[in-house]
Design a protein around this ligand. Structure first.
Ligand code: AKG
Length: 282
């Protein structure tokens, strides 16, 4: 593939100073519709008895074999608040799922097409990647009324390479606003390095340090239109709040790491049986 970087110097300067950059209209309306339709189709075929719950406030407790195996599968995770006291879903299954992951980019043709597209590779080339791999993907729903919060974190905590190399590519499949749970970030926080790691040990998963306390006044909202891509530095502190509105906020989140000149940590929760194919080698 002949790679041509597609970030201009303004984009790169913003990314380097703030730790993120928004690329408007990165995905076309057709691409968005294709991904949304494909997710409808996957949800139609989803059997509710084979799933788990996802929560970032309760992550150590809800991490189970279903979660570990999702690294190489298309797996479904419920919202914590999806169930009533009787243990049954309070709303239809398609409005109960927190996210689907973590190998859509590999196993599903529609999500693979976007994840492996030339424009995605060109973007990574602009960021200096030499032999990148898509290491995980998530379709995140932020369901109306029950869409759970994502607590402040850095993506490098969960996808550890030595040295750190993760970048998040977060594509809005619907307009994301303060009302329906857009991303928030602390601009420039990527310059302070990685705060803690999410380790998979013998007894399960744990963080190697307690969470720092953040001043909520330091976060800025990243409100974007559907089709915008938010490029997120792996050390950027970001979060999103619960969606208490009646509007969903679908997004496709893809995480990329370098495989040239760095090591994938054996302490990562992702322990793949099959190594992922690089998007390109330059
Ligand atoms: O979609 C969200 O609300 C949060 C996603 C996120 O933090 C991520 O993909 O790293």
């Amino acid at each position: 593939m002949g790679l041509a970087g597609n970030l201009n110097s303004d984009n790169l300067n913003f990314f380097n100073s703030q730790g993120y950059v928004v690329l408007e209209s990165f995905a076309s309306d057709e691409e968005i519709e294709a991904m949304r339709k494909q997710m409808d189709h996957l949800l139609d075929g989803f059997d509710c008895s084979t799933s788990s719950v996802f929560s970032t406030t309760n992550q150590q407790k809800v991490t189970d074999d279903y979660f570990y195996e999702s690294a190489e599968k298309i797996s479904f995770f419920f919202e914590e608040k999806a169930f009533g006291d009787d243990g049954n879903l309070k709303q239809p299954k398609e409005l109960s799922i927190n996210k689907v992951g973590h190998a859509l980019h590999e196993l599903d043709p529609v999500f693979k097409k976007f994840s492996h597209s030339e424009k995605t590779s060109n973007l990574l080339h602009s960021l200096g990647y030499k032999r990148p791999v898509d290491i995980q993907s998530m379709y995140i729903f932020k369901q109306p009324g029950i869409g759970g919060e994502v607590v402040p974190h850095q993506d490098n905590s969960f996808l550890i390479t030595e040295p750190s190399t993760c970048t998040g590519l977060w594509l809005a499949l619907e307009d994301a606003t303060i009302i329906n749970g857009c991303l928030w970030a602390i601009p420039g926080s990527h310059k302070n390095g990685l705060v803690r790691r999410f380790i998979r040990g013998e007894e399960g998963v744990y963080f190697d340090h307690p969470p720092p306390s953040y001043d909520q006044n330091d976060f800025v909202p990243i409100e974007v239109k559907a089709g915008s891509l938010v490029v997120i530095h792996g050390d950027l502190i970001h979060q999103s709040f619960e969606n208490q509105s009646s509007k969903s906020r679908h997004a496709y989140s893809l995480h990329v790491v370098e495989t040239d000149g760095c090591r994938w940590s054996q302490e990562n929760w992702i322990r793949r049986k099959v190594k992922p194919e690089p998007l390109y080698a330059s």
